[in-house]
Design a protein around this ligand. Structure first.
Ligand code: FAS
Ligand code: PHB
Length: 389
């Protein structure tokens, strides 16, 4: 088998890159180790930056998103009973879009149906080879048969636990990491959202987030100890704890119901440098992870895809390798800004076990300054809606 771009990983990064290249006549093959249904069963991100929406439109897969998404012009922050809203349109000139990662991934998989063979699911033992030569290739096992895919370039879109990042030699690869002493317990419930904006809540009991997927499907999170397991949290316990952490006027309006998904995600900040080695280009969670507090995980994967897509266009259409040479430098510049914002939002809103009385006063003052200061709100809004690519 031969293609121009071999893509390891059929999550949103890999599928979006493949679909964008396909629209411009550049051949790619996506090698995904799980089944399509398994990938679509993951409940993850919910907020899309305008840049992501534009990429979906350029990829020709935005029709359902444009019909079903919800536009949010701002978001609400609360601290105990205090609450305030930050107006994205006023401060940053654009809203954000509420449309779940599951739906994004579904739309991208659906688009490949007209092009069978472009995505190979349940591909085992995927392994890139000769990345530091001009003839890289990828081997994999499908239905018990070992196969070889020759290519010009390899996009490592295989997430944090994939194989791609480890192909960069230890002597070259530098990793930066920060772990947080808590996790997020998230539930999905077929109930109407509690508010017409997201609520990011700082409370004495810890962080909570009220989000949604649509008018009939809500997504809620509470900060929890890393030692907790989903089975430690009954639905009743979850709802009672959420009500404690959000302002009482919202708690009174909260419609509760059975959870249809319940999971705990650990929080981590992580960056791998460089994001390129030879013919290998890392994208998305394969290269970086952010705590979900700033809704930047999926959206930072999108900016990587933007840079790599345009670099590949420049190479194949103009025979100019400049974009490929500068990919890592350009992608990392924006990655680190997303890391900063996500770390700052997490520091602002969560209870940390070692927080002193002074730390708590500073956190509360930071929120009060955000509530009262236009410039502070503009900085938050510009980061939340997405810095320019
Ligand atoms: P992904 O991990 O989504 O996809 C990688 C794909 O590669 C997977 O399908 C995997 O099966 C495949 N793969 C792995 N190893 C392979 C191999 N060896 N061979 C072939 N295929 C392989 N972001 C937000 O913005 N908001 C959120 O609320 C949020 N919540 C999250 C909750 C959890 C539990 C997790 C883990 C992440 C969350 N994220 C959130 C971040 C998440 O949305 C990621 O940023 C997003 O999935 C990145 O997409 P990909 O880079 O495609 O990586
Ligand atoms: C979500 O809806 O899953 C979501 C929204 C905003 C975040 C994190 C998660 O910051």
């Amino acid at each position: 088998m031969r293609t121009q771009v071999a893509i390891i990983g059929g999550g949103p990064s890999g599928l979006l890159l493949s679909q964008l290249l396909h629209k411009r006549g550049i051949a790619s093959v996506v090698l995904e180790r799980r089944s399509r249904d398994y990938v679509l069963g993951r409940i993850r991100a919910g907020i899309l930056e305008a840049g992501f929406v534009n990429l979906m439109r350029e990829a020709g897969v935005a029709e359902r998103m444009d019909q079903e998404c919800i536009i949010h012009d701002g978001t609400t922050f609360s601290c105990g009973e205090e609450e305030f809203s930050i107006d994205f349109r006023r401060h940053a000139g654009t809203p954000v879009v509420v449309y779940g990662q599951t739906e994004v991934t579904r739309d991208l998989y659906d688009a490949t149906e007209q092009d069978p063979g472009r995505v190979i699911t349940e591909a085992d033992e995927v392994m890139p080879h000769d990345l530091d030569t001009d003839k890289p290739y990828v081997t994999f096992v499908k239905d018990g048969l070992t196969q070889r895919l020759d290519c010009d370039y390899v996009a490592g879109c295989d997430g944090f636990h994939g194989v791609s990042r480890k192909q960069i030699p230890d002597s070259v690869r530098r990793e930066y990491e920060k772990t947080y002493p808590f996790g997020w317990l998230g539930i999905l419930s077929e109930t109407p959202p509690v508010h017409d904006e997201l609520i990011y809540a700082n409370s004495e009991q810890g962080f909570a987030l009220c989000s949604l997927r649509n008018e009939h499907l809500s997504r809620y999170y509470v900060q929890c100890p890393l030692t907790d397991r989903p089975e430690d949290w009954s639905d009743d316990r979850f709802w009672e704890e959420l009500k404690r952490r959000i302002p009482s006027r919202h708690a009174a309006n909260l419609v509760t119901g059975p959870s249809i998904e319940k999971s705990i995600a650990p929080l981590r900040s992580f960056v791998c440098e460089p994001m390129r080695w030879g013919r290998l280009f890392l994208c998305g969670d394969a290269a970086h992870i952010v705590p979900p507090t700033g809704a930047k995980g999926l959206n930072t994967a999108a900016s990587d895809i933007h840079y790599l897509y345009h670099a590949l266009l420049q190479f194949y259409e103009e025979k100019d390798g400049e974009g490929l040479e500068r990919y890592s430098e350009k992608a990392l510049a924006r990655v680190w800004k997303a890391e900063r914002f996500s770390w700052w939002m997490t520091s602002l809103l969560h209870r940390f076990p070692d927080q002193s009385g002074f730390d708590l006063r500073i956190q509360r003052t930071e929120l009060a300054f955000l509530q009262d200061n236009d410039a502070a709100q503009k900085v938050l809004a510009e980061n939340y809606v997405g810095l320019p690519y």
